[in-house]
Write a protein that binds this ligand. Structure first.
Ligand SMILES: *[C@@H]1O[C@H](CO)[C@@H](O)[C@H](O)[C@H]1NC(C)=O
Ligand SMILES: *[C@@H]1O[C@H](CO)[C@@H](O)[C@H](O)[C@H]1NC(C)=O
Length: 396
């Protein structure tokens, strides 16, 4: 059996909802679930319960240890330079389809036709059934068709209307602690499309991260249990990693309870409702994740083994930027990566877990995701507002 590096655990920890130690368990567990689900359901359930109790235990230990890391200051000069940089990005040139055109040099010809979402009235192409989730719907034909009937038709919705500008700018807001104290909220809110990941909260954090949400992109376990977006234009985009995610999404659209049996296949508590009109639900086209994994990150294609599929799955951040390139002309990132010089910095903008959780980890490993993002920022395909990937405005 060939073992692949787990891209989620070695990759961008900022997208994670949990500290590294716990997240490793979660991700392994998720992979475990994806790979074994078809054959070894009972093993998965038992494993899940064990991992879950370990997770809860370690989480409570971590929380008590880290409550004291509350003081946090931002260098004023750095903040000023950073704000100027974001102003420059907002006023800089906006190339029509700029980010997508650049990405297409790394993507196959078929990617010229990639649609970001599934719609009720658009047939799902056969090629989408070649790979298993999250790259395709292999083996899930009936379930997908049932879910598809709940989705809006592509001509029935007008995507969130933005400012009058012709050229649209997207910002993908990661959950990194690098956002803390930068007071970028009002600047982030000036982008046309604001994509938020997983359970990244707003409310008291709005000064730093803004209060508009065009799209919240997440999978069941990473969706806020208590919905956080107050923006009336918010669209929820479900990312499907495993079969049960389809039933959960159906339940959320239909405002029905999640089937009791399905609860066993989630590795953490999932929301039992999302307070949005059914017309505000979308399904991320698995093709978007497949492009991110196989073409942008050049991960090996999924391989079938007796015990299931073995595959490398990109973090949500990389899939999100690929999605953004389909929706906007220019794409920016905020809250990605780390500022390694900031001692006592937080892992996420919304908690006090210190960066030191990462130390002893592959802190200085430049992994594939970092390399990809760095080269995309350096070559001007994307801009990095907060400088954690590549800091063009930093003085030293
Ligand atoms: C990291 O933070 C320090 C102090 O706030 C700042 O001087 C430096 O430019 C920052 N580096 C990056 C990459 O953001
Ligand atoms: C965001 O905050 C601004 C300023 O406080 C307010 O005018 C606006 O209505 C808020 N938007 C949302 C979506 O909450």
């Amino acid at each position: 059996m060939q073992r692949f590096r787990n891209p989620i655990s070695s990759g961008f920890q900022v997208f994670a909802e949990r500290p590294e130690k716990v997240r490793l368990c979660e991700n392994n567990n998720m992979r475990f679930l994806i790979r074994w689900a078809a054959y070894r359901r009972m093993f998965a359930v038992l494993g899940c319960l064990v991992v879950l109790s370990l997770m809860l235990l370690s989480l409570s230990l971590m929380d008590t240890r880290t409550d004291r890391h509350a003081t946090w200051t931002v260098d004023l000069k750095h903040k000023k330079l950073l704000h100027q940089h974001v102003h420059d990005v907002l006023q800089g040139q906006c190339r029509p389809h700029g980010t997508r055109k650049d990405l297409l040099t790394r993507l196959p010809a078929s990617s010229h036709k990639t649609h970001p979402f599934l719609w009720r009235n658009e047939p799902i192409s056969d090629t989408l059934f070649l790979y298993p989730l999250p790259f395709g719907f292999r083996g899930l034909q009936t379930k997908v068709e049932r879910l598809q009937r709940l989705l809006p038709a592509s001509d029935s919705v007008t995507e969130p209307v933005h400012t009058s500008s012709q050229c649209r700018r997207c910002v993908v807001v990661g959950n990194g602690g690098i956002l803390k104290g930068l007071e970028l909220g009002s600047l982030i809110d000036r982008f046309d499309t604001i994509i938020r990941l997983n359970s990244g909260p707003l409310g008291q954090f709005s000064v730093d991260v803004g209060n508009r949400t065009s799209i919240r992109l997440s999978y069941p376990e990473s969706t806020p249990v208590d919905w956080v977006d107050t923006d009336p234009l918010t669209v929820f985009v479900a990312v499907l990693y495993k079969g049960v995610d389809l039933s959960w999404t159906s339940a959320m659209i239909n405002k029905l309870p999640v089937p009791l049996w399905d609860w066993l296949f989630f590795w953490k508590k999932v929301p039992d409702q999302i307070p949005l009109d059914s017309s505000r639900f979308r399904i991320l086209n698995p093709q978007v994740i497949k492009e991110a994994a196989l073409d942008l990150l050049k991960y090996p294609p999924p391989r079938f083994h007796l015990w299931g599929w073995d595959q490398n799955i990109p973090t949500l951040g990389v899939s999100a930027l690929n999605l953004a390139s389909l929706l906007c002309d220019e794409v920016s990132l905020a809250g990605f990566g780390y500022n390694l010089t900031q001692q006592g910095a937080s892992l996420h903008y919304y908690d006090h877990l210190p960066m030191s959780f990462m130390q002893g980890q592959k802190m200085h490993d430049v992994n594939k995701e970092t390399e990809l993002l760095q080269s995309l920022v350096r070559e001007g395909t994307l801009t990095d507002l907060t400088g954690g990937i590549h800091c063009s405005f930093c003085t030293s």
